[in-house]
Design a binder for this molecule. Sequence first.
Ligand SMILES: [Mn+2]
Length: 638
Amino acid sequence: MSIRRTINSFFNRRKSFIVKAVLILPITWLVVTSLLSFNEKMNESLMDPANAPPNTLGDDIGDLGRKPRQSAEEEQPKAGLKALDAPKADKHKVAKYSPKVAKDKKHKIHQDSDHELAVLAIPGDRRFDGPGEQGKPVVLMNLTEEQDRLVKEGWENNAFNQYVSDIISLHRTLPDVRSRGCVETQFDPDLPPTSVIVCFHNEAWSVLLRTIHSILDRSPPKLIEEVILVDDFSDLPHLGKQLDDYLLNLPKVKVVRAKKREGLIRARLLGASVSKAPILTYLDSHCECAHGWLEPLLQRIANNWTTVVCPVIDVIDDDTFEYHFKDSGEVNVGGFDWNLQFTWHVMPDREAQRRRHKWEPVWSPTMAGGLFSINKEFFERLGTYDSGFDIWGGENLELSFKTWMCGGTLEILPCSHVGHVFRKRSPYEWEEGVNVLRKNSVRLAEVWLDEYKQYYYDRIGNDLGDYGDVTSRKALRKNLGCKSFDWYMKNVYPELFIPGDALGQGEIRNLGDGGDTCLDSAAKPVDFHKPIGLWPCHGQGGNQYFMFSKEGEIKRDDACLDYSGGDVIVYPCHGSGGNQMWIYDPNVHTIKHGSSRKCMGISMDKSSVIMSECDGSERQKWLVQNYDPSKLENASES
Ligand SMILES: [Mn+2]
């Protein structure tokens, strides 16, 4: 009763206020909506490639012989726009779109610091409903023949879906999914500014521009001294005058152009050489920086000038451009294998125990290489990159090793997120030899790996090739008084399996039918679950380099031979024996499977590995290279 009266009197007293509110709210909403959509239209017409000034004749290099590609580049953005203007349902469907968004909007909007104006979630606002907004995927459907052709062309030229990227706003929004600890972190008010260096070669317009805008849109302006674009001798017309003209509106962004194709390593150094800020931040040209990505990076370096920091690298889907946020609880760390290839790993327990919160920095043995911040003085002290390195490859491991060995720390920051389009192939061609990577890796091994370098050399059949002169790099290491690689292995990356600890390492040769057949298998994630192969022994390491561990695993780096009744396959090592346990008898040369007790052999035509009852035949006899059973005795004694 009395409650009812209270409510009634409340309404009576507030009647005029309620009436006003009922009238005022929709009017305010209408005004804000029309203002915002006008703004958005202006931006669109300013920013879109189709509206950029057309290339005047002869304003750019490399037009000759590029004709077909040039016309594709010019047409594509237009076609994409046309599709955008058309009613959404008939040309493009934006997946996971309608009902869910309305829900998301409310709680995301307050965190969206870019758009503080939009306190109310405005229905139909392009920033939430437009293609790819909030990091959502764009799925193409019912394409015309012409559009289909453009999509294929975009894939061919870039190894990602350029057509989809062209449809998405250059300023698209991303949800802010940082954990509370990250959002609430207080940063020094006087953090040092950074020069952001973005190297590119023939990058797609919309992808490059979205990278630049995401830097500018989601960083405090005073922390961005400049954005330096290093053009590594691109010959696509839109990267010439069209880019220069576009950048007239962005005074902080400058372009440095290489006079010949330099490769990523020298392009990065070129960018550093013209930079003005005390901190360098390197990004690839196909990235999107997320909310609050920059402050944590700069803060760590401000705390300690020898700290080198990487953001968490989120995946931007190469097909739909969906932005996949990695939860800060599942941050991976960088490692490498004895082929000196960079690898990702789940965070080791030892590191999980060292940290108190899931947003705390994660120590990482290595970095992926494309995205990081470093104090410029520290980078120079470390001798930047080895100038004898060509093009790309190995430079990330070089910088990682020397950071740790020469007094620094390498961290991944769970609070800093940058999205990256991972491509399945490189769309660019290099005329020079294919052995650039080997040359870089041999230089790396010679200078930094000490006695561990032999493990890499075994993998390449001890064929070092001409790797040039490394005297000055060795002198650099000596002058800096850096620690040994053994120290690094024991303290920074104790998880890495050391071939020298294996009972056997090298080829595994079958002694039947001429004795010239070896186990042979690639062991990248794409090769997992595939049957192990056989190939004539070549003595070059590579895919014939195996390690027979004390625990009975037959390993190719992180992959193990696994048998569960069907084929013998390569499978990620799980370290708990079972299907991955093998017993080698060096006297009778059998490789017996631990749980099934069957013997490994080869088929009559030497094409496949077969498991069968042990029969003592030659086809079940194997020679495991460098097998030393005494290591097993030593292990059981200790
Ligand atoms: Mn990249």
